[in-house]
Design a protein around this ligand. Sequence first.
Ligand SMILES: [Zn+2]
Ligand SMILES: [Zn+2]
Length: 252
Amino acid sequence: MSQLMSTLQNFLKKQPGNWWHTALDLLLPTRCLLCGLPSGAICICTACKKDLPWTGVHCPQCGLPLNTPGDQICGSCIKNAARITHTVCPLQYCFPVDRLVQSLKFKRQLAAGRVLSHLLCEWVVSHNCDHPDALVPVPLHSLRMFRRGFNQSVELAAYTGKVLDVPLLTGALRRHRNTRAQSGLSRKLRRKNVRGAFYWHGPARPGRHVALVDDVMTTGTTVNECARILKMAGAKRIDVWVAARAVPAGSR
Ligand SMILES: [Zn+2]
Ligand SMILES: [Zn+2]
């Protein structure tokens, strides 16, 4: 019977349409997205959660791994004077976190988004991270938004803001230029690629302390450019809250 319910649940969750997901969440028992076994309200079981690739000791500013524990920032952040004060990144972007992110992004599996947001919230609370005045999702270009139908960063920020009681500022930071994928580009080309891609269209000031929310931080170039715009709009401190951080091979 439980096998049948699981199959039905998986089949229906693959069907397009938001209302299916909401209805299923109410009608069917919650199962772990990674192993299929029954789970609590959030769709990940205790065993799978324990086995996730959690970030170890890392630079508080950019989230990249450090060899020694402590509060010091990495050499790259010292050299490049990063605009980000603190990067909150509970997970490394590798299996099975990549599957959760891709399920949210490309299959619009909102339960995967809830798992990622929930883990982010738990991390913020357990590590006593400072709460910002507002959460600002990293925007998608309108063309990509039209194609995809939603912005995964908004989903994550909305859930996180609700749980942690932090206001959400959507539509204020905007993207007026679509950018090519950052992977494979040098640092200089990555910066050039996103330079001028964003603008501020919000209230006079975004708040003194804001946190940019995204699903994954890859190189950090995009959030740094967003931070530049937020600083110009009047923010004094910018943090980054992402579910996962891409870590270069060999650093894991
Ligand atoms: Zn599981
Ligand atoms: Zn760093």
